[in-house]
Design a protein around this ligand. Structure first.
Ligand SMILES: Cc1ncc(COP(=O)(O)O)c(C=O)c1O
Length: 447
Protein backbone atom coordinates (compact mmCIF):
# COMPACT_ATOMS: atom_id res chain seq x y z
CA UNK A 1 0.00 0.00 0.00
CA UNK A 2 2.82 2.33 0.96
CA UNK A 3 4.47 1.55 -2.34
CA UNK A 4 1.47 2.50 -4.38
CA UNK A 5 1.19 5.83 -2.52
CA UNK A 6 4.77 6.65 -3.48
CA UNK A 7 4.46 5.40 -7.03
CA UNK A 8 5.66 7.89 -9.61
CA UNK A 9 2.59 7.24 -11.70
CA UNK A 10 0.13 8.21 -8.99
CA UNK A 11 -1.60 11.47 -9.62
CA UNK A 12 -1.09 14.15 -7.01
CA UNK A 13 -3.89 16.63 -6.58
CA UNK A 14 -3.40 19.81 -4.57
CA UNK A 15 -6.25 21.39 -2.63
CA UNK A 16 -7.70 24.37 -4.48
CA UNK A 17 -6.58 26.77 -1.74
CA UNK A 18 -2.90 25.94 -2.38
CA UNK A 19 -3.27 26.38 -6.10
CA UNK A 20 -5.01 29.69 -5.54
CA UNK A 21 -2.22 30.89 -3.24
CA UNK A 22 0.51 29.92 -5.69
CA UNK A 23 -1.24 31.73 -8.47
CA UNK A 24 -2.01 34.92 -6.65
CA UNK A 25 1.10 35.50 -4.57
CA UNK A 26 4.75 35.25 -5.51
CA UNK A 27 6.76 33.29 -2.97
CA UNK A 28 9.07 35.65 -1.06
CA UNK A 29 12.24 33.56 -0.78
CA UNK A 30 13.82 35.80 1.85
CA UNK A 31 11.20 34.44 4.23
CA UNK A 32 12.89 31.06 3.89
CA UNK A 33 16.50 32.22 4.15
CA UNK A 34 18.78 30.63 6.69
CA UNK A 35 17.95 32.13 10.11
CA UNK A 36 20.41 34.82 11.20
CA UNK A 37 21.71 32.72 14.07
CA UNK A 38 23.22 30.16 11.66
CA UNK A 39 24.66 32.65 9.19
CA UNK A 40 28.42 32.56 8.81
CA UNK A 41 28.51 28.89 9.75
CA UNK A 42 27.32 27.41 6.47
CA UNK A 43 30.61 25.73 5.57
CA UNK A 44 31.71 22.51 7.23
CA UNK A 45 35.24 21.24 6.83
CA UNK A 46 34.00 17.65 7.27
CA UNK A 47 31.48 17.90 4.45
CA UNK A 48 34.00 19.59 2.14
CA UNK A 49 36.92 17.24 2.83
CA UNK A 50 34.77 14.07 2.78
CA UNK A 51 33.61 15.08 -0.70
CA UNK A 52 37.21 15.72 -1.71
CA UNK A 53 38.20 12.26 -0.48
CA UNK A 54 35.32 10.67 -2.38
CA UNK A 55 36.34 12.40 -5.58
CA UNK A 56 40.13 11.90 -5.50
CA UNK A 57 40.33 8.72 -3.37
CA UNK A 58 43.56 9.70 -1.55
CA UNK A 59 45.05 7.83 1.36
CA UNK A 60 42.85 9.52 3.91
CA UNK A 61 44.63 10.69 7.06
CA UNK A 62 42.10 13.47 7.46
CA UNK A 63 39.07 12.65 9.55
CA UNK A 64 39.54 11.13 13.00
CA UNK A 65 38.33 7.56 12.94
CA UNK A 66 40.03 4.17 13.04
CA UNK A 67 40.20 2.21 9.81
CA UNK A 68 40.50 -1.06 11.74
CA UNK A 69 37.90 -3.18 13.54
CA UNK A 70 36.39 -2.12 16.82
CA UNK A 71 36.97 -4.50 19.77
CA UNK A 72 35.01 -7.68 19.27
CA UNK A 73 33.35 -7.68 22.69
CA UNK A 74 31.47 -4.48 21.92
CA UNK A 75 30.46 -5.28 18.35
CA UNK A 76 29.31 -8.75 19.44
CA UNK A 77 27.36 -7.16 22.27
CA UNK A 78 25.46 -5.02 19.75
CA UNK A 79 24.69 -8.04 17.55
CA UNK A 80 23.42 -9.99 20.55
CA UNK A 81 21.34 -7.10 21.84
CA UNK A 82 19.49 -6.54 18.57
CA UNK A 83 18.60 -10.23 18.24
CA UNK A 84 17.96 -10.95 21.93
CA UNK A 85 14.72 -12.33 23.31
CA UNK A 86 13.98 -9.04 25.01
CA UNK A 87 11.88 -7.13 22.46
CA UNK A 88 12.17 -3.92 24.47
CA UNK A 89 15.88 -3.61 23.65
CA UNK A 90 14.88 -2.49 20.17
CA UNK A 91 12.36 0.08 21.43
CA UNK A 92 12.54 3.56 22.96
CA UNK A 93 14.31 3.76 26.27
CA UNK A 94 14.55 6.32 29.07
CA UNK A 95 15.06 9.78 27.55
CA UNK A 96 18.01 10.96 29.65
CA UNK A 97 19.88 7.69 29.21
CA UNK A 98 19.23 3.95 29.15
CA UNK A 99 19.22 2.75 32.79
CA UNK A 100 21.94 0.11 32.34
CA UNK A 101 24.21 2.68 30.66
CA UNK A 102 23.74 5.60 33.07
CA UNK A 103 24.32 3.19 35.96
CA UNK A 104 27.66 1.99 34.64
CA UNK A 105 28.76 5.49 33.55
CA UNK A 106 27.97 6.77 37.04
CA UNK A 107 29.86 3.83 38.55
CA UNK A 108 32.93 4.43 36.38
CA UNK A 109 33.17 8.17 37.01
CA UNK A 110 32.31 7.80 40.70
CA UNK A 111 35.48 5.72 40.89
CA UNK A 112 37.54 8.12 38.78
CA UNK A 113 36.30 11.26 40.53
CA UNK A 114 36.24 9.75 43.97
CA UNK A 115 32.69 10.93 44.64
CA UNK A 116 29.29 9.30 44.21
CA UNK A 117 27.49 10.30 41.02
CA UNK A 118 23.71 9.93 40.85
CA UNK A 119 23.07 8.03 37.58
CA UNK A 120 19.65 9.61 37.06
CA UNK A 121 20.50 13.24 37.64
CA UNK A 122 24.22 13.61 37.11
CA UNK A 123 24.61 11.74 33.80
CA UNK A 124 22.97 12.49 30.45
CA UNK A 125 23.39 10.23 27.42
CA UNK A 126 23.56 12.08 24.10
CA UNK A 127 23.98 11.58 20.36
CA UNK A 128 27.77 11.63 20.43
CA UNK A 129 29.84 14.14 22.33
CA UNK A 130 28.55 16.59 19.72
CA UNK A 131 25.07 16.62 21.19
CA UNK A 132 26.44 16.88 24.73
CA UNK A 133 28.36 20.00 23.66
CA UNK A 134 25.28 21.34 21.91
CA UNK A 135 22.99 20.73 24.89
CA UNK A 136 25.53 22.28 27.27
CA UNK A 137 25.94 25.42 25.16
CA UNK A 138 22.26 25.81 24.28
CA UNK A 139 21.25 25.07 27.84
CA UNK A 140 23.64 27.52 29.46
CA UNK A 141 23.76 30.48 27.10
CA UNK A 142 21.71 33.65 27.20
CA UNK A 143 22.12 36.24 24.44
CA UNK A 144 25.37 38.15 24.99
CA UNK A 145 26.98 35.55 27.25
CA UNK A 146 30.67 35.13 26.53
CA UNK A 147 32.43 31.77 26.21
CA UNK A 148 36.21 31.56 26.26
CA UNK A 149 37.54 29.15 23.66
CA UNK A 150 41.12 27.95 23.42
CA UNK A 151 42.50 27.84 19.88
CA UNK A 152 42.96 25.68 17.93
CA UNK A 153 39.53 24.32 18.90
CA UNK A 154 37.25 21.49 17.77
CA UNK A 155 35.40 23.36 15.06
CA UNK A 156 31.81 22.99 16.29
CA UNK A 157 32.35 24.99 19.49
CA UNK A 158 32.05 28.33 17.73
CA UNK A 159 28.83 27.76 15.72
CA UNK A 160 27.30 26.20 18.81
CA UNK A 161 28.11 29.23 20.96
CA UNK A 162 26.95 31.66 18.27
CA UNK A 163 23.70 29.89 17.41
CA UNK A 164 22.84 29.94 21.12
CA UNK A 165 23.28 33.75 21.08
CA UNK A 166 26.65 33.67 22.81
CA UNK A 167 29.90 35.42 21.94
CA UNK A 168 33.13 33.45 21.59
CA UNK A 169 36.31 35.00 23.01
CA UNK A 170 39.54 33.41 21.87
CA UNK A 171 42.96 32.63 23.22
CA UNK A 172 45.48 30.65 21.21
CA UNK A 173 47.84 27.92 22.28
CA UNK A 174 51.18 28.78 20.73
CA UNK A 175 54.32 26.67 20.40
CA UNK A 176 57.21 27.99 22.48
CA UNK A 177 59.41 27.81 19.38
CA UNK A 178 58.89 26.90 15.75
CA UNK A 179 62.10 24.92 15.38
CA UNK A 180 61.62 21.18 15.62
CA UNK A 181 61.28 18.77 17.13
CA UNK A 182 58.25 19.86 19.14
CA UNK A 183 56.07 18.23 21.78
CA UNK A 184 52.44 19.17 22.37
CA UNK A 185 53.60 20.20 25.86
CA UNK A 186 55.42 23.08 24.11
CA UNK A 187 52.05 24.54 23.07
CA UNK A 188 50.99 26.87 25.84
CA UNK A 189 48.55 29.71 26.51
CA UNK A 190 49.60 33.11 27.78
CA UNK A 191 48.28 33.28 31.34
CA UNK A 192 47.89 37.05 31.45
CA UNK A 193 46.04 37.02 28.16
CA UNK A 194 43.67 34.33 29.43
CA UNK A 195 43.04 36.26 32.63
CA UNK A 196 42.24 39.39 30.62
CA UNK A 197 39.40 37.62 28.79
CA UNK A 198 37.35 37.02 31.96
CA UNK A 199 34.75 39.64 32.80
CA UNK A 200 31.21 40.01 34.14
CA UNK A 201 29.73 38.70 30.89
CA UNK A 202 31.77 35.49 30.87
CA UNK A 203 29.50 32.45 31.16
CA UNK A 204 32.21 29.86 30.87
CA UNK A 205 35.32 28.42 29.30
CA UNK A 206 35.54 25.38 27.04
CA UNK A 207 38.61 23.24 27.47
CA UNK A 208 39.63 20.13 25.55
CA UNK A 209 42.12 17.72 27.09
CA UNK A 210 43.65 15.61 25.59
CA UNK A 211 43.47 18.12 22.83
CA UNK A 212 42.37 17.91 19.21
CA UNK A 213 44.30 18.80 17.06
CA UNK A 214 47.51 19.55 19.00
CA UNK A 215 47.49 16.47 21.27
CA UNK A 216 48.21 18.55 24.36
CA UNK A 217 47.42 16.98 27.73
CA UNK A 218 46.80 19.91 30.05
CA UNK A 219 48.99 19.85 33.15
CA UNK A 220 47.73 20.09 36.72
CA UNK A 221 49.26 23.55 36.95
CA UNK A 222 47.47 24.76 33.80
CA UNK A 223 44.15 23.26 34.90
CA UNK A 224 44.54 24.75 38.36
CA UNK A 225 45.15 28.17 36.82
CA UNK A 226 41.97 27.84 34.71
CA UNK A 227 40.04 26.50 37.72
CA UNK A 228 41.08 29.45 39.89
CA UNK A 229 39.88 31.90 37.26
CA UNK A 230 36.60 29.99 36.86
CA UNK A 231 36.01 30.22 40.60
CA UNK A 232 37.09 33.85 40.84
CA UNK A 233 34.64 34.88 38.10
CA UNK A 234 31.95 32.32 39.00
CA UNK A 235 31.82 30.75 35.54
CA UNK A 236 31.27 27.27 34.13
CA UNK A 237 33.81 24.91 32.62
CA UNK A 238 32.82 22.64 29.76
CA UNK A 239 35.53 20.01 29.67
CA UNK A 240 35.62 18.05 26.42
CA UNK A 241 37.45 14.87 27.38
CA UNK A 242 36.53 12.60 24.47
CA UNK A 243 40.18 11.40 24.23
CA UNK A 244 40.45 10.76 28.00
CA UNK A 245 41.89 7.25 27.47
CA UNK A 246 44.27 8.18 24.68
CA UNK A 247 47.22 9.44 26.68
CA UNK A 248 50.77 8.28 26.03
CA UNK A 249 53.24 7.35 28.76
CA UNK A 250 54.43 9.11 30.89
CA UNK A 251 51.60 11.66 30.65
CA UNK A 252 48.43 11.43 32.72
CA UNK A 253 44.96 12.72 31.98
CA UNK A 254 43.64 14.99 34.72
CA UNK A 255 39.92 15.68 34.99
CA UNK A 256 39.36 19.32 35.94
CA UNK A 257 36.20 18.22 37.79
CA UNK A 258 38.46 16.50 40.35
CA UNK A 259 40.14 19.77 41.41
CA UNK A 260 38.97 21.38 44.60
CA UNK A 261 35.46 22.94 44.32
CA UNK A 262 35.38 22.34 40.58
CA UNK A 263 32.83 19.53 40.22
CA UNK A 264 30.13 22.08 41.11
CA UNK A 265 30.88 24.20 38.04
CA UNK A 266 32.05 21.62 35.49
CA UNK A 267 30.20 19.74 32.76
CA UNK A 268 32.43 16.95 31.49
CA UNK A 269 31.83 15.39 28.10
CA UNK A 270 32.78 11.94 26.81
CA UNK A 271 32.30 9.81 23.70
CA UNK A 272 31.69 6.08 23.25
CA UNK A 273 32.86 6.55 19.65
CA UNK A 274 36.33 7.57 20.84
CA UNK A 275 36.43 5.30 23.91
CA UNK A 276 35.57 2.08 22.05
CA UNK A 277 36.72 2.95 18.49
CA UNK A 278 33.13 3.02 17.20
CA UNK A 279 32.77 6.61 15.99
CA UNK A 280 29.84 5.62 13.76
CA UNK A 281 27.75 4.69 16.79
CA UNK A 282 27.53 8.38 17.73
CA UNK A 283 26.92 7.95 21.41
CA UNK A 284 28.23 10.31 24.05
CA UNK A 285 27.47 11.66 27.50
CA UNK A 286 27.79 14.57 29.84
CA UNK A 287 28.22 14.31 33.59
CA UNK A 288 28.22 16.97 36.26
CA UNK A 289 26.13 18.32 39.15
CA UNK A 290 22.36 17.84 38.83
CA UNK A 291 21.56 21.57 38.74
CA UNK A 292 23.85 22.13 35.75
CA UNK A 293 22.79 18.96 33.93
CA UNK A 294 19.14 19.94 34.31
CA UNK A 295 19.55 22.58 31.57
CA UNK A 296 21.09 20.01 29.24
CA UNK A 297 18.22 17.62 29.93
CA UNK A 298 15.72 20.26 28.84
CA UNK A 299 17.55 20.87 25.54
CA UNK A 300 17.91 17.12 24.95
CA UNK A 301 14.28 16.36 25.81
CA UNK A 302 13.04 18.99 23.38
CA UNK A 303 15.29 18.04 20.47
CA UNK A 304 16.50 14.44 20.44
CA UNK A 305 14.46 13.16 23.41
CA UNK A 306 16.14 9.73 23.56
CA UNK A 307 19.12 7.92 22.05
CA UNK A 308 19.42 4.62 20.24
CA UNK A 309 18.56 1.81 22.71
CA UNK A 310 20.60 -1.15 21.38
CA UNK A 311 23.75 0.97 21.05
CA UNK A 312 23.30 2.18 24.63
CA UNK A 313 22.86 -1.39 25.88
CA UNK A 314 25.97 -2.55 23.96
CA UNK A 315 28.07 0.36 25.23
CA UNK A 316 26.87 -0.42 28.76
CA UNK A 317 28.03 -4.03 28.33
CA UNK A 318 31.37 -2.75 26.99
CA UNK A 319 31.83 -0.50 30.03
CA UNK A 320 30.87 -3.32 32.43
CA UNK A 321 33.51 -5.56 30.87
CA UNK A 322 36.20 -2.86 30.95
CA UNK A 323 35.39 -2.05 34.54
CA UNK A 324 35.86 -5.74 35.41
CA UNK A 325 39.40 -5.60 34.00
CA UNK A 326 40.12 -2.03 35.06
CA UNK A 327 43.81 -1.52 35.83
CA UNK A 328 44.82 -4.63 33.87
CA UNK A 329 46.86 -4.39 30.66
CA UNK A 330 44.07 -5.87 28.53
CA UNK A 331 41.58 -3.19 29.59
CA UNK A 332 40.74 -1.30 26.37
CA UNK A 333 41.06 1.99 28.25
CA UNK A 334 44.84 1.43 28.32
CA UNK A 335 45.47 -1.14 25.58
CA UNK A 336 44.33 1.19 22.77
CA UNK A 337 46.86 3.88 23.72
CA UNK A 338 49.59 1.20 23.86
CA UNK A 339 48.59 0.07 20.39
CA UNK A 340 48.66 3.65 19.08
CA UNK A 341 52.02 4.68 20.53
CA UNK A 342 54.16 2.98 17.81
CA UNK A 343 51.82 4.41 15.16
CA UNK A 344 52.36 7.89 16.57
CA UNK A 345 56.12 7.43 16.58
CA UNK A 346 56.11 5.96 13.09
CA UNK A 347 54.15 8.93 11.75
CA UNK A 348 56.42 11.42 13.52
CA UNK A 349 59.44 9.74 11.91
CA UNK A 350 58.13 9.65 8.36
CA UNK A 351 56.85 13.22 8.52
CA UNK A 352 60.28 14.35 9.77
CA UNK A 353 62.00 12.29 7.05
CA UNK A 354 59.87 14.03 4.44
CA UNK A 355 60.95 17.39 5.82
CA UNK A 356 58.00 18.45 7.96
CA UNK A 357 58.25 19.43 11.64
CA UNK A 358 55.71 17.39 13.58
CA UNK A 359 54.49 18.19 17.07
CA UNK A 360 54.63 14.92 19.00
CA UNK A 361 51.26 14.59 20.74
CA UNK A 362 51.04 13.55 24.40
CA UNK A 363 47.47 12.40 23.79
CA UNK A 364 44.69 11.97 21.20
CA UNK A 365 45.27 10.55 17.74
CA UNK A 366 46.17 13.57 15.66
CA UNK A 367 49.49 15.08 14.72
CA UNK A 368 50.10 18.65 13.64
CA UNK A 369 53.07 19.11 11.31
CA UNK A 370 54.62 22.26 9.88
CA UNK A 371 54.98 21.74 6.12
CA UNK A 372 56.60 25.02 5.09
CA UNK A 373 60.03 23.49 4.36
CA UNK A 374 58.28 21.73 1.45
CA UNK A 375 56.71 24.84 -0.03
CA UNK A 376 58.79 24.65 -3.23
CA UNK A 377 57.43 21.19 -3.95
CA UNK A 378 53.77 22.21 -3.94
CA UNK A 379 52.09 24.44 -6.47
CA UNK A 380 49.81 26.36 -4.17
CA UNK A 381 48.90 28.76 -6.98
CA UNK A 382 46.86 25.94 -8.58
CA UNK A 383 44.38 26.12 -5.72
CA UNK A 384 42.02 29.00 -5.10
CA UNK A 385 41.34 28.89 -1.35
CA UNK A 386 42.42 31.78 0.85
CA UNK A 387 44.29 29.79 3.48
CA UNK A 388 47.71 28.39 2.55
CA UNK A 389 46.96 25.23 4.54
CA UNK A 390 43.71 24.72 2.58
CA UNK A 391 45.68 25.05 -0.64
CA UNK A 392 48.40 22.73 0.64
CA UNK A 393 46.00 19.99 1.76
CA UNK A 394 43.88 20.18 -1.39
CA UNK A 395 46.89 20.15 -3.68
CA UNK A 396 48.36 17.19 -1.79
CA UNK A 397 45.08 15.30 -2.00
CA UNK A 398 44.75 15.81 -5.72
CA UNK A 399 48.40 15.50 -6.80
CA UNK A 400 50.19 13.37 -4.23
CA UNK A 401 47.34 11.26 -2.88
CA UNK A 402 47.58 11.83 0.88
CA UNK A 403 44.85 13.81 2.61
CA UNK A 404 45.22 15.87 5.77
CA UNK A 405 43.07 18.58 7.36
CA UNK A 406 43.93 22.31 7.26
CA UNK A 407 44.34 23.41 10.89
CA UNK A 408 43.33 27.04 10.23
CA UNK A 409 39.77 25.69 10.33
CA UNK A 410 40.29 25.35 14.10
CA UNK A 411 40.98 29.09 14.59
CA UNK A 412 38.89 32.27 14.68
CA UNK A 413 39.13 34.45 11.53
CA UNK A 414 41.65 36.82 13.13
CA UNK A 415 43.97 33.97 14.19
CA UNK A 416 43.70 31.69 11.16
CA UNK A 417 47.22 32.61 10.09
CA UNK A 418 48.49 30.68 13.13
CA UNK A 419 47.36 27.41 11.57
CA UNK A 420 48.29 28.04 7.97
CA UNK A 421 51.81 26.62 8.07
CA UNK A 422 50.58 23.27 9.37
CA UNK A 423 48.59 20.22 8.39
CA UNK A 424 46.75 17.80 10.69
CA UNK A 425 47.11 14.06 10.14
CA UNK A 426 45.36 11.24 11.98
CA UNK A 427 47.34 8.15 13.01
CA UNK A 428 44.62 5.78 14.25
CA UNK A 429 45.06 3.84 11.02
CA UNK A 430 46.21 0.36 10.10
CA UNK A 431 50.00 -0.03 9.92
CA UNK A 432 49.81 -0.89 6.26
CA UNK A 433 48.04 2.40 5.52
CA UNK A 434 50.55 4.42 7.50
CA UNK A 435 53.32 2.62 5.63
CA UNK A 436 51.64 3.44 2.36
CA UNK A 437 51.40 7.12 3.36
CA UNK A 438 55.11 7.11 4.24
CA UNK A 439 55.96 5.50 0.92
CA UNK A 440 53.86 7.98 -1.10
CA UNK A 441 55.34 10.98 0.70
CA UNK A 442 58.94 9.76 0.44
CA UNK A 443 58.53 9.04 -3.25
CA UNK A 444 57.08 12.52 -3.77
CA UNK A 445 59.95 14.06 -1.83
CA UNK A 446 62.58 12.30 -3.92
CA UNK A 447 61.07 13.42 -7.25
C1 LIG B 1 37.51 17.24 20.61
C2 LIG B 1 36.30 16.53 20.11
N1 LIG B 1 35.13 16.72 20.75
C3 LIG B 1 34.01 16.11 20.33
C4 LIG B 1 34.01 15.25 19.25
C5 LIG B 1 32.73 14.62 18.79
O1 LIG B 1 32.62 13.32 19.26
P1 LIG B 1 31.41 12.38 18.82
O2 LIG B 1 31.81 11.69 17.57
O3 LIG B 1 31.21 11.44 19.97
O4 LIG B 1 30.22 13.26 18.63
C6 LIG B 1 35.21 15.03 18.55
C7 LIG B 1 35.23 14.17 17.35
O5 LIG B 1 36.16 14.16 16.56
C8 LIG B 1 36.39 15.68 19.00
O6 LIG B 1 37.55 15.52 18.37
Amino acid sequence: MFKSCLSTTSKITFPLSILKNTKNYSVKMSKFDLPERFKGNEKSIWVEYSQLALKYKPLNLGQGFPDFSAPENITKALTNVTTSNNPLLNQYTRGFGHPRLVNIIAKLYSKLLNRTLDPNNEVLVTVGAYEALYAALQGHTNPGDEWIIIEPFFDCYVPMVQSAGGIPRFIALKPKSTNGPLSSADWIFDRQELESLFNEKTKGIIINTPHNPVGKVFTLDELQFIANLAKKWNVLVISDEVYEWLVYEPYKHIRIATLSDMYERTITIGSAGKTFSVTGWKLGWAYGPANLLYNLQIVHQNSVYTCNTPVQEAVAIGFEQELDRFGKPDCYFVSLAKELLPKRDYMAKFLSDVGMIPTIPEGGYFMIANWTALKDKVRLEEETDGGKDYRFTKWMTKNVGVQGIPPSTFYSPEHKYLGEDSVRYCFIKEDKNLEKAAEILMKWKSQ
